[in-house]
Design a protein around this ligand. Structure first.
Ligand code: SAM
Length: 243
């Protein structure tokens, strides 16, 4: 007989285990899937291009966010971390995938950027926990890969490491554009996430209701010769933690 559930973390891990192993894109167990994804760097994956999100560039241009300490959460090959570092941010960047971080480190070396990279789970606790405090957390495409219960881990991370007055800048699948639109409970019945979850503006407002909304809009569709990355199947959101 196994009676091991004692803490919220025990419940979160139990719920992780309700998904098929091949659905895992968010735990240390999902790192090998992402490694495979990043192995061939010549694939025409839009976010493999070394250019930052157009919404991030626009927040900076308009003075909505200013240089400080930043975290690129699920940094992949580091395109947004590099942009932030080039503008004077002190950047930490974390990703599950050693392949992604190796690629990002190469790019940072070439650019002469001093970014602190970390391979591992951004939501880890204990000795491996991120500490912050961050003035900016930028997440382009990580949040929508989390199963519903891991939103709790996400909000806990924000609570712990986002500075008062700090910003969360998010890009995630937009319902009607890309991503799975099944209700949360159905995902557990099926044990699958179907490649990532779609969100509506209302669902994002509800999930991040502890933060103030600065801007929530679809990402601009940037042409291939643009210096910015932009895909219209994503929501972009800037939220601010009350000071
Ligand atoms: C769609 S990719 C986006 C990569 C990058 N942000 C970009 O836009 O170029 C999502 C990334 O989130 C990372 N990721 C997923 N769950 C994570 C976790 N728990 N901790 C750290 N990184 C995670 C994956 O390894 C993957 O590289």
């Amino acid at each position: 007989m196994d009676r091991h559930i004692r803490t919220v973390d025990d419940v979160l891990r139990l719920l992780d285990g309700m998904f098929a192993p091949e659905a895992d894109r968010w735990t240390d167990g999902g790192a090998s899937w992402w490694d495979g994804f990043y192995t061939d760097r010549s694939r025409p994956v839009p976010f493999f291009a070394a250019k930052p999100d157009e919404n991030l560039a626009s927040y900076l241009d308009r003075g909505l966010i200013a240089p400080g300490r930043a975290l690129d959460l699920g940094c992949g090959p580091g395109r947004n971390a590099l942009h932030l570092a080039s503008l004077g941010f002190e950047v930490d960047a974390v990703d599950l995938s050693p392949e992604a971080v190796a690629w990002a480190e190469e790019r940072a070396r070439e650019a002469g950027a001093a970014i602190r990279f970390r391979v591992g789970d951004a939501f880890a606790s204990g000795a491996d926990a991120l500490t912050g405090p961050y003035d900016l957390i930028h997440d382009s495409g990580c949040f929508h890969h989390l199963p519903p219960h891991r939103r709790i881990s996400y909000l806990t991370l924000l609570d712990r490491v986002l500075a008062p007055g700090g910003h969360l800048s998010l890009a995630c699948f937009a319902a009607g554009g890309m991503g799975c639109e099944l209700p949360d409970e159905e995902l557990y019945r099926q044990g699958r996430l179907h490649g990532g979850l779609a969100y509506t503006p209302e669902s994002l407002r509800r999930i991040f209701s502890g933060l103030e909304e600065v801007e929530l809009r679809r990402m601009n569709d940037e042409p291939s010769d643009s210096p910015w990355f932009g895909e219209p199947f994503l929501w972009t959101a800037l939220f601010r933690r009350p000071a």
